[in-house]
Design a protein. Structure first.
Length: 290
């Protein structure tokens, strides 16, 4: 797909330092996890409007799940160069955030819808060594801090004050990269993360090689040393299982966004089918924890 080609191109921007670090860390054996996630069903994922990410929305009550795809990008946004949207998230008090990137430039954009329905945009200027990719956002349960991700082989996740929620943020000011989650094991091509708890992330990896954890397209768990905030924390990475790779077509699948709905305990992950079957049997898979 065109989006996939663009993301792989952007991966080169991560730099030689990140790749060298990953090569060392990739030799470590993945940790064993106590929890298992069992597949319980699936829904068809529309390739235009449900192919990049998803999130459950708690406020207002009885809100439908929200999805992103190339077909959900407003013309007013794409016409200004923000032509790729990643995996969104929603805070527990009703702020909805979409991550955007462009094909080139020195910034990322986060589009925020407040509980009253109004939209605003927060731009983040790239820091030193930061990749252009803006693959996902994951809002911490307390709401004040937000995790975002790059692309390629990485040993960190980025932490920002949550735009629109954290009182230090403003659409008229640069949204800073405040701190990092320092991972004890390299990860590759993370497409989405969501908080399972205040100090645990679940992430979907589109890793096509399988050399980091002994499997391609893994579901990852990252246990944090503390809640993310203004200072760096560490993250212990565990590969839980391979995500489903089933289709009527053969070829390379693409793992996309992830969502954990704390109300039902349901985990959902989008997997896009290869070739023509992107139109027919791409799925949002559902899991429950054992």
């Amino acid at each position: 797909m065109a989006l996939r080609a663009r993301q792989r191109c952007h991966a080169a921007l991560t730099g030689l330092v990140a790749l060298a670090s990953a090569a060392v860390l990739s030799t470590a054996a993945p940790a064993q996890a106590a929890d298992t996630w069992t597949e319980t069903g699936s829904d068809r994922a529309d390739p235009l409007t449900e192919s990049q990410g998803l999130t459950s929305v708690e406020v207002p009550a009885n809100s439908p799940n929200r999805y992103t795809g190339i077909g959900t990008i407003p013309v007013s946004v794409s016409s200004r160069g923000w032509n790729h949207v990643g995996d969104p998230d929603a805070s527990y008090n009703g702020y909805y955030i979409e991550p955007y990137q462009a094909d080139s430039g020195t910034a990322k954009m986060f589009r925020v819808q407040a509980p009253n329905g109004t939209w605003s945009e927060y731009v983040h200027t790239l820091g030193s060594g930061e990749a252009l990719n803006n693959s996902f956002v994951a809002i911490a349960p307390a709401g004040q801090w937000m995790v975002s991700g790059e692309w390629g082989t990485m040993t960190r996740l980025l932490v920002h004050p949550t735009p629109g929620v954290n009182p230090s943020t403003s659409p008229s000011a640069n949204l800073p990269w405040t701190s990092s989650i320092r991972l004890d094991h390299a990860v590759r091509d993370v497409q989405g993360c969501d908080f399972l708890s205040a100090t645990t992330l679940l992430c979907s990896s589109d890793d096509p090689a399988g050399t980091l954890f002994g499997m391609t397209k893994p579901l990852l768990q990252i246990d944090l040393s503390a809640e993310p905030g203004a200072t760096d924390v560490t993250g212990h990475v565990t590969a839980l299982r391979q995500l489903p790779l089933r289709s009527g077509c053969s070829g390379e699948f693409e793992t996309e966004g992830i969502d954990y709905d704390r109300r039902s305990g349901t985990l959902r992950v989008i997997v896009i089918s290869p070739g023509f079957c992107v139109l027919t049997d791409s799925k949002t898979y559902k899991f429950t924890r054992g």
